[in-house]
Design a protein around this ligand. Structure first.
Ligand code: NAG
Ligand code: NAG
Ligand code: NAG
Ligand code: NAG
Ligand code: NAG
Length: 423
């Protein structure tokens, strides 16, 4: 915990530093901003203008429907029920230390680890290849959900809406124990009724990890030979599961607090930078909340390998964002590894340090111009917006705020009441 805190403190410090000395050059070119923008702490070095060849997707533009939301990745949520489909509220939450929590999880894993969930591959296959559907599964999206179905809130629903708003022909597979349930099916029902292809399936780890380094890591974990450490294990299984999903199936992985704004058709084998060095423009940190990879991509194989070889349950981010950063810094440019590192505006136009401002409603003309400008900037030039739920989950989405505008622009059900509440 302390480590986590001091890391946060350090990161904030670095950001403040970057922001303060870089303030003057942070203006966003096409905004004709109120003077206030110049020194505005809102824009971080990462939100530099970026212009991928996007926007103008006929589907999303002509689509009659409008508006939706954000997800909710709950890094603290301790509870994950691997293998056990029926994990009906196995609430470990109130029960003391993370270590104990992990011990319980391990016990559960070893109890069920051997019983194969043979139906997993069949169910996934059926989902992706169902012949009699109108939609053809043009593009595959994946999410993982490790918390309870009750915490799958309106924001998470908005994330799903944004996937289908921009990609009506997508198939979205949510890997989750808690949502592979009656409650989960109720949550997804409105989408299914609209003929969107979304489902939730509980993972079969032995299948997902097979023929990768994750396989032996996992069996060691079950035998208690891996230091699970004090970071909730479920989250790091999520880090691993997302990689294995991309490796086995190929497609787009997004966290449930990511809003999709533009079509991914032209994005191939890509990972996004979260921060760049303001001088050299080289990335300094990647994130694994959005990843796009073909099936059996060698870089994803290396991610899995690195995860298995260097797993450290005690260091925040070690097996997630830092892990992908380590691997990419070693392999970028090497023959045999074709992939793109997209600059921050592509997937993470706003850093978690600054995300608060996106939730505030305008109080005067100046504010209004600012929020309209920022909204257009993100909508026109970003594929996704990561809401950093860990930081933002308590923020109210105020009327007229950038986030409320983005929800309205990416919704399918456009349940306006949502956009003005704490979600
Ligand atoms: C499509 O197939 C499913 C089973 O996979 C079936 O339940 C459903 O009725 C079929 N729909 C149509 C329109 O044939
Ligand atoms: C507009 O409101 C913001 C607070 O929301 C305030 O900081 C700013 O000074 C105001 N600007 C003007 C011109 O009133
Ligand atoms: C965003 O796109 C719209 C429509 O194409 C355009 O009118 C607007 O000026 C653009 N804004 C920014 C900030 O790029
Ligand atoms: C819209 O939101 C309200 C209040 O949260 C809820 O009762 C209603 O079921 C929602 N409608 C849809 C279509 O999601
Ligand atoms: C130790 C470690 O890597 N913990 C990670 C577990 O997963 C969450 C969510 O991806 C990360 O934020 C943690 O850093």
């Amino acid at each position: 915990m302390n480590n986590t805190r001091s890391l946060f403190a350090l990161i904030s410090l670095i950001f403040l530093f970057l922001l303060s000395f870089n303030g003057a050059s942070l203006r966003i070119p096409s905004l004709s901003p109120p003077q206030k923008l110049a020194g505005d702490p809102f824009y971080s070095p990462e939100s530099r203008f970026y212009n991928p060849h996007l926007r103008k997707s006929p589907t999303s533009e002509n689509s009659p429907e409008k508006l939706a939301g954000d997800p909710f990745y709950s890094p603290e949520s301790p509870f994950y029920n691997p293998i056990l489909r029926k994990s009906l509220s196995y609430h470990i939450e109130s029960e003391n230390s993370p270590e104990n929590r992990n011990k319980k999880l391990l016990k559960m894993l070893s109890g069920f680890g051997s019983s194969r969930r043979d139906d997993f591959p069949a169910r996934v296959n059926e989902f992706f290849h169902k012949k009699n559907e109108t939609s053809s599964c043009k593009i595959r999206f994946f999410m993982t959900w490790i918390s309870s179905s009750n915490s799958f809130n309106k924001r998470s629903i908005q994330s799903i809406e944004s996937v289908f708003k921009s990609h009506p022909n997508a198939c979205l597979l949510i890997i989750s124990n808690s949502l592979d349930s009656i409650k989960g099916r109720q949550i997804l029902q409105p989408f299914v009724e609209k003929r969107f292809r979304v489902t939730s399936i509980a993972p079969d780890f032995s299948y997902l990890f097979k023929n990768t380094m994750a396989e032996s890591w996992f069996s060691k974990l079950i035998r208690g030979q891996v230091q699970a450490g004090n970071v909730p294990l479920g989250q790091n299984l999520s880090n691993l599961v997302r990689l294995c999903l991309l490796y086995k199936y190929g497609g787009v992985y997004i966290d449930a607090d990511v809003i999709v704004l533009n079509r991914f058709d032209k994005v191939k084998n890509a990972i996004g930078a979260q921060t760049i060095d303001p001088n050299s423009k080289k990335w300094t940190r990647l994130n694994n909340a959005v990843m796009v990879f073909d099936k059996m991509h060698p870089l994803v194989y290396k991610f899995i390998e690195e995860f298995a070889l260097t797993f450290n349950g005690n260091k925040w981010g070690h097996n997630g964002p830092f892990m992908v950063s380590r691997v990419v810094s070693r392999l970028q440019g090497r023959p045999g590894y074709k992939f793109t590192v997209l600059p921050p505006p592509a997937f993470y136009p706003v850093s978690w340090v600054n995300v608060r401002a996106l939730f505030r409603g305008p109080k005067n003309e100046t504010d209004l111009r600012w929020s309209t400008g920022v909204f257009e900037q993100i909508r026109n030039h970003s594929y996704t917006l990561h809401l950093w739920n860990k930081q933002s989950r308590g923020f109210r989405v105020e009327q007229g705020s950038v986030v409320s505008k983005i929800f309205l622009d990416t919704c399918v059900f456009c349940n306006a009441s949502r956009t003005n509440s704490t979600i």
